[in-house]
Structure formats: structure tokens, C-alpha cells
Design a protein around this ligand. Structure first.
Ligand code: FAD
Ligand code: UDP
Length: 390
């Protein structure tokens, strides 16, 4: 006899990880997803013509400091060594277009300024000659960039890209967006600074398929949730858009969506997985060459995505929550509505309207499932949010 019946809305990482944990605790789990595949935005699919593993909803690199999460993903799939090394095409102070290394490191600085600085010299050059030291407590993206790298690097690598990515001036965005990127005074060009980094050998969808492979779990694809569907279940974990749950009755939370222009190439198109484009005049933000995400495989042909960012309209896939003042005010109203709603916990990137990397998504999913079991044990109702969205 099952401990109870639970519904997971969304077969992405959130729904899969929570569902698996609670299936193991004896619950009968149904997972529904509107799409015709599992995996959510992490979905990967092998291209039939070239054999390349394609990251269908954009490039996904797994990186974390969380040892439990790293062990968790390695239980379900072999992760092979992968370091994200991003390049960017932009224009140097002499007006010369070139390819530079990201995140900004000693190679970038020396190439961009035509210098041969050693680490301490580069540090002194950036902090004393480039950085705007009059900014003591940077609040906006622009202030953060001006304070830490200065105008020249900011304008070449961050300003145009960020305007394209977010559709607003960097002076209107929070400093926290830029804080995701390191600045280094050595030749380390690893895009991330986490202890663990890798790529699933057979793609993310294969991993999520194994997470969902449990006798207590039933998956129903091409099935869009509506509130009547909750009937008969003891609790719902909802990883769809928070405003969507309430049929957008208070208005729509703002998102950026992405358009991927797919193209193929016979051979190696750009020699790396991710090439960013810093100039505002180039309409796309980056080009992804998917075969370089699986460097252990060999493919003659290549599949690429040109990535364009724009404001999400109804019907578009919501990718990046905007979370500016206006959106946060509306979010606060939706949070109140959600807290008055019984029997539902809102989870994941869309359910909590936050930018969440995969490792954080898994961490929160595990904590949410454990918290649910504790609440049941204590005879309490599960909260609307395991992690507060504001
Ligand atoms: P999702 O993956 O969005 O899954 C939600 C699922 O719910 C979807 O499948 C959707 O179809 C379904 N759904 C929604 N509404 C309904 C409904 N009403 N009925 C039924 N089903 C519904 N993270 C990293 O760690 N590294 C990266 O390099 C990285 N790159 C990224 C690049 C891009 C372009 C984007 C957008 C994200 C990236 N991420 C990355 C983040 C990663 O995608 C998320 O952490 C992860 O997908 C969150 O999982 P989730 O299950 O919460 O949400
Ligand atoms: N960014 C930029 N230029 C780049 C790469 C990133 O200006 O070449 C900015 C951009 O605003 C982006 C932010 O830095 O949203 C964080 O970068 P990250 O690579 O983490 O972006 P995401 O994963 O959100 O696409």
C-alpha cells in the first residue's frame, strides 16, 4: 500500500529528483509534462544525421561545489571531464576585431591591450589604471563592471552582450548578474570556479530517464497540467511557471526567451563549444557548436545554434526570469496567492521564478522532498515554497 499519491508537474530535474526521492519513500508518483519528452530545459538529443549530442534548449555544463549533488548525478550517469572554456569575438581598443579568452583573464588582458604583463603587473594595471575606484559599493551591472574591469573591457565584452541578452541597459540590471563571472590575473580560462565540473556521457536526458526509472513512478508526456488534475492526489509539486498556475490572473511575470537558429557545417565550424559575440551590432549573443560538448566523441559533421534573446511573449518558452523592480512587485503578489493555496509546493526555476543552475535545482529538490517527509511525519502541511522566491 503506497504512502500516498503525489503529482509532479514537470519532468525536468525538479520533478524527477523530488519524484524519485518520494517514490523511494513509498509514494505513488505521477509525473506529467506538457512536452513530448522528459528532461525539461536540460533535454539532450542525438542528431540523426551527424550523431552529435545536441543540447536542445541551449548549452548546459554541469558544475558544482556541492559534493552530495555531485555524487547524486554520478549515481545515475557517468560524468566525463569537461572544462567550459568560452571565447568571445569583439573589438580591441585599436579597433581591431579579434577572438579573446573568457572569463577575463591574463590572456584576455594582454591580448586586448597589446601587453605582456605578469600577474601582479596586470592586477596593478587593472585596479589602478582601468577600474573606476570612485565606485565603492557597486549596485548595478554597469557599476560592477566599471569598478572591477574598467570602461575598455566593459564596453568590449560586457556592455553589448548584456544589452542583447537582457534587452535593457546594464545600468538597470543588478550587480549580481556580473558577479557570476570570475576575473583572473593568471592564464586559467576555466569559465567556472567550482570544484566539480563535467558532462554526462550520454546526455542529460539519459540521466533524468534513469532518475525517473522506478516502479513507483509513472510518466505522462504531452500532458498539460490544469488545476482539476490535482484531484485524487495528496499533494502537487509544481515546477511550471508560478503565474501560469494561476492562469496569469494578476498579469505576467517577465521573462527573456531565446530563439535558436540551427545550422549545420561539414567539419569544425568554430573550434570551440561556445563563442560569444560582444558587439551590439552582431544580433546574436553566441554560437554553440554542440559536438565540442562531447570531446570524447568524434563526428565529421557539426550542429550549431545561433542564439538570439528577446522578451518572452505568451506562448514563448520562458527562459530567464527578469526580476527587476516591476517583476518583483508582481512576484510578491503571486507569492501571497501561492501561500493561500493548499496542497501545492512550487519548485524549480519557473515555480520560484529564480535563475537556478542545475546543481542548485537538484540541491533544492532533495531538500524539498526531505522537508515534505518531515512535514508529513510531524503532521504538518507542506509549505507553498520550500525556498522563498523573494
Ligand atoms: P525545467 O527544466 O524548466 O522543467 C520544467 C518542466 O515543466 C518543463 O519540461 C515544462 O515543459 C514543464 N511544464 C511547465 N508547465 C507545465 C504545465 N502546466 N503542465 C505540464 N508540464 C509543464 N544550468 C547549469 O547548471 N549549467 C548550465 O550551463 C546551464 N545553462 C543553461 C542555459 C540556458 C539557455 C538555460 C535556459 C538554462 C541553463 N541552466 C544551466 C539551468 C537549467 O536549465 C535549470 O537549472 C534546470 O532546467 C531547472 O530544472 P527545472 O526542472 O526546475 O525546470
Ligand atoms: N556576460 C557578458 N558577456 C559575456 C558573457 C556574459 O556581458 O561574454 C554577462 C551577461 O549579462 C550574462 C552575465 O554576464 O547574463 C552572466 O554570464 P553567464 O555566462 O553566467 O550567463 P548565462 O549563463 O546567464 O547565459
Amino acid at each position: 500500500m503506497a504512502a500516498g499519491k503525489l503529482l509532479m508537474v514537470g519532468a525536468g530535474l525538479s520533478g524527477a529528483v523530488i519524484g524519485r526521492h518520494l517514490a523511494e519513500a513509498g509514494y505513488d508518483i505521477t509525473v506529467v509534462d506538457a512536452r513530448d519528452h522528459i528532461g525539461g530545459n536540460c533535454h539532450t538529443e542525438r542528431d540523426a544525421d551527424t550523431g552529435v549530442m545536441v543540447h536542445i534548449y541551449g548549452p548546459h555544463i554541469f558544475h558544482t561545489d556541492d559534493a552530495e549533488v555531485w555524487d547524486y548525478v554520478n549515481t545515475y550517469e557517468t560524468f566525463l571531464p569537461y572544462k567550459n572554456r568560452v571565447k568571445t569575438t569583439s573589438v580591441d581598443p585599436k579597433g581591431q576585431r579579434g577572438v579573446f579568452s573568457l572569463p577575463v583573464n591574463l590572456h584576455t588582458i594582454n591580448q586586448f591591450f597589446g601587453k605582456t604583463l605578469r600577474p601582479e603587473e596586470a592586477h596593478a594595471f587593472i585596479t589602478e589604471e582601468q577600474a573606476d575606484t570612485s565606485i565603492t559599493d557597486p549596485q548595478t551591472f554597469e557599476e560592477q563592471a566599471m569598478r572591477f574591469v574598467g570602461k575598455d573591457l566593459y564596453e568590449a565584452f560586457f556592455k553589448g552582450y548584456t544589452i542583447k541578452q537582457w534587452g535593457v541597459q546594464p545600468s538597470e540590471l543588478p550587480a549580481s548578474i556580473l558577479k557570476r563571472l570570475p576575473l583572473r590575473f593568471n592564464y586559467d580560462d576555466n569559465y567556472f570556479f567550482h570544484k566539480f565540473q563535467g558532462m554526462p556521457e550520454n546526455g542529460y536526458t539519459a540521466m533524468i530517464e534513469k532518475i525517473l526509472d522506478h516502479p513507483g513512478i509513472t510518466v505522462k508526456l504531452a500532458t498539460t497540467f490544469d488545476r482539476e488534475m490535482a484531484e485524487g492526489y495528496d499533494h502537487v509539486f509544481y515546477s511550471g511557471p508560478l503565474d501560469g498556475y494561476f492562469d496569469y490572473e494578476l498579469g505576467r511575470l517577465g521573462y527573456r526567451t531565446l530563439d535558436f537558429e540551427r545550422f549545420t557545417h561539414a567539419g569544425d565550424y568554430q573550434g570551440c563549444a561556445v563563442m560569444n559575440y560582444g558587439e551590439e551590432a552582431v544580433p546574436y549573443t553566441r554560437i554553440t557548436e554542440h559536438k565540442h560538448f562531447s570531446p570524447w566523441e568524434e563526428h565529421a559533421g557539426s550542429v550549431l545554434y545561433r542564439e538570439y534573446s528577446r522578451s518572452a511573449e505568451p506562448g514563448d518558452i520562458p527562459y530567464y526570469p527578469i526580476r527587476q523592480v516591476k517583476e518583483k512587485a508582481l512576484l510578491a503578489d503571486y507569492v501571497k496567492l501561492a501561500e493561500q493555496t493548499e496542497g501545492v509546493t512550487f519548485v524549480g526555476r519557473l515555480g520560484t521564478y529564480r535563475y537556478l543552475d542545475m546543481d542548485v535545482t537538484i540541491r533544492e529538490a532533495l531538500d524539498t522532498a526531505r522537508g515534505f517527509l518531515e512535514a508529513v511525519e510531524a503532521g504538518n502541511a507542506a509549505p507553498a515554497f520550500a525556498v522563498a522566491p523573494l
